[in-house]
Design a protein around this ligand. Sequence first.
Ligand SMILES: Cc1ncc(COP(=O)(O)O)c(C=O)c1O
Length: 484
Amino acid sequence: MSWAEIYPWRGPQAGEPVIRQIYDQVRGAIVQSALKPGDRLPSSRDFAQRLGVARASVVAAYDLLLAEGYAVGRPGSGTYVSTDLSGVAELKPPADAAPRSPSVVPDRVRDLDEVVLPPPQADQRLFTSGRTLLDARAMDAWSRSTRRALRTLDPVHFGYSDPRGDKALRAAICDYLRAARGVICEPDQVIVTAGAQHAVDIAARVLLKEGDRVWMEDPGYPATRHALAAMGADIFHTPVDRSGVVVAAGVEAAPQARVAFVTPSHQYPLGMTLSMGRRMELLAWARTAGAWIVEDDYASEFRYSGPPLESLQGLDGGERVIYVGTLNKALFPGLRMGYLVAPRPLVTAFVNARQLMDRQPPTLTQAIVLDFMREGHFAAHIRRRRLAYKAQRDALAGALETQLGDLLEVDRPDQGMTLIAYLKGNGSDLEVEAAAARGGVSVRAISRLYRQAQPRQGLMLGFSGFPERMMAPGVARLARALGA
Ligand SMILES: Cc1ncc(COP(=O)(O)O)c(C=O)c1O
């Protein structure tokens, strides 16, 4: 493949001889790596026609490039950029002598440089978090939905469309949320996003301006903190205890906060569920303070004991809670699809903010997800995953208790895709993380997720991405890495 076909070749200008101009352009494109070794140059006939010059001029320019080693001819095939440019005179463009001052690096760049990327699915080290497993039935159903969606795509799907997403998909999401999470919604309040992170980012943009006070959990999800910092928000790091976020601490220290960002189903990273009492306290505060709540309900599909607590959004009657959910956990992170449900007065602002970021969700992916949901595969997949993840959680927790019980105290979460093993004694979770990494096992130290609260020393282990049978051998490997 060669980009020579679309390179902006210029026709001859007055002054320099035509042959020289052609030679300079091709040589320049090679020197700047716009054309790569092995790329095919246009045929002399095409090139001459395109530039509006005599073919003999192009041939003469090519002869010069051939003679100097920039190009090679392949009989019967054409002229190519040489694959060995080591012998040619000078490949670097001459340095520009004009004075330079470095561009000012904004403070924001430092913040953004600190953002830690989640491990990719290709990181197959045991206990890497954020991975999901699809069984053969889900894979098969997904391929069938993809084929059907491709067959039914209409030319209208290739154009710009509603930034909220496909109407039928929004209706399906609404049906699911009403049934599964007690969310109060109509399809026109649903906005399809690229995921929970995208939804949180939109919420931060819409709800906050520089200096606004917000609550976020401590410890909490770093990407949410970065989204809030990007808006210049003044973050009150609200402590959490066994019942979830300690509302009283927020009420005391930052009663006038504009927004609270919370993960009530499965607190990130510790995994506890926000108790019903705290849910009521949080909503009561928001009503008094005239504040909004952003409920990040990521991974709420995977609940392992008893019925889930109703969403904050449902308890509130859909008035002051922005509900955020994701299909990237329920299905697979590479999907990049999630949603938010906006309270009525905020719908237009949310839709427009979403539109300014990336216009609309991709039509083909939406069509596939809609088909997958309509055919009942989504519900069936969640049901099967719940059983599988529960078994994986139990296998991991059991193996940790048996093999590393002296070192770790395991917290078996009712929900989610990760568990926390707290360090017994005075060890440092960062050191344990490093030792595990040397042994090829990925566990994440939770102490670095704390801001103001006293950090606890513990490890976050993902159990969703590895089958049950891998848990005991994986923990054995971890134990060897820790010299336990
Ligand atoms: C608390 C929390 N919110 C949001 C996300 C992001 O999810 P998504 O992949 O849908 O953007 C994650 C992912 O791990 C998460 O843990």
